[in-house]
Design a protein around this ligand. Structure first.
Ligand code: ATP
Length: 303
């Protein structure tokens, strides 16, 4: 469990590949259960899944309506039984508290429906919020606007009810409905910038609400193991700052040095340092998040 952006999907795959038992993952993020808007909903990509089978991830047609918590309980419960019947470990990952509560809470008693080991990835809120704002910029850079344009270009977009509450859809509605009629380039830019600002605000608000709900579950007696990933995110932010500064310096340099050979040389150096930076935060992740989590899960499995 954990707020949006805290690394739940990565940790679930790390656990599935490092706990010494075969595992499959069940998604419990409310928006990721539907097909479509992969960038806006931040679905884990196929290479990132590292061959681990995922259930209820992008499987449902958003035009079939919103999945209720009770329907999720049935679908995810069936996935748990199926995975367990094949001798594998079900790993439930996601942000929606009502889905997790519905799946795991027992209707008639305060007991849980399954024997569970809970991991909560926590990140200090200002650090997470800073990261989430940059993630939105990255989503824009990697095609969120194009994805949304395609979504809104379909005549039946309003019928894809499952996805209508995805952060980004309501915020960009004005742009795609009215912005297209706006011929002034600067006005269009202003509308987009305003929508992106709202997406950032709403994402941080979502994260805050999600953490509040997790804290309530913990104080209500759920035995959540809190894993602090703040240092990982500090490192990621530092690396992103460094990369941005380097790219700016390189751009300046490119204006001066036009020779093709110089272009190849500096590109190679940048790729190398990008790799190095990724290795640095990946090391902190392993030490502070993955290793302690693997230990907790292994201990649980041995009990
Ligand atoms: P809960 O299920 O925890 O009781 P909830 O019904 O508010 O609360 P959340 O999963 O917290 O559900 O999601 C709330 C809202 O946040 C969604 O309706 C949607 O607007 C947005 N949201 C949630 N997950 C995502 C996501 N992966 N991508 C984009 N927006 C999301």
């Amino acid at each position: 469990m954990g707020a949006t952006g805290c690394g739940k999907s990565k940790l679930s795959v790390d656990l599935a590949t490092s706990c010494g038992v075969e595992a499959e993952i069940i998604n419990s993020d409310k928006m990721q259960v539907y097909k479509g808007l992969d960038i806006a909903t931040n679905k884990i990509t196929i290479p990132e899944r590292k061959g681990v089978r995922h259930h209820l991830l992008g499987d449902l047609d958003p035009a079939d309506g919103e999945l209720t918590a009770a329907e999720f309980r049935d679908a995810a419960g069936a996935a748990v039984s199926d995975i367990a019947s094949r001798g594998k470990l079900p790993v439930v990952v996601g942000g929606s508290n009502s889905f997790i509560y519905s799946l795991l809470g027992d209707r008639v008693s305060p007991q849980l429906r399954y024997d569970c080991c809970f991991l909560w990835i926590d990140v200090a809120f200002p650090v997470l919020c800073d990261y989430l704002c940059r993630r939105v910029d990255e989503m824009v850079e990697t095609g969120m606007m194009e994805e949304m344009a395609e979504f809104y270009s379909s005549e039946s977009w309003a019928g894809r009810v499952g996805l209508l509450k995805t952060i980004g859809v309501p915020e960009l509605e004005w742009y795609y409905k009215m912005g297209n009629f706006e011929s002034n380039k600067n006005n269009r830019k202003m509308i987009v910038n305003d929508a992106v600002r709202k997406i950032k605000e709403n994402t941080c608000r979502l994260a805050e609400r999600q953490v509040g709900k997790i804290v309530r579950l913990k104080s209500g007696g759920w035995d959540l193991h809190r894993v602090d990933a703040t240092d990982v995110f500090r490192e990621r932010l530092r690396a992103a700052d460094e990369a941005a500064a380097e790219a700016a310096a390189e751009e300046e340099e490119m204006e001066v040095v036009m020779a093709a050979a110089a272009e190849c040389g500096s590109g190679g150096a940048r790729r190398k340092s990008r790799k190095k930076r990724r290795r640095q935060w990946a090391e902190v992740w392993e030490k502070e998040v993955m290793d302690p989590s693997v230990k907790i899960v292994k201990r649980f499995l041995e009990e």
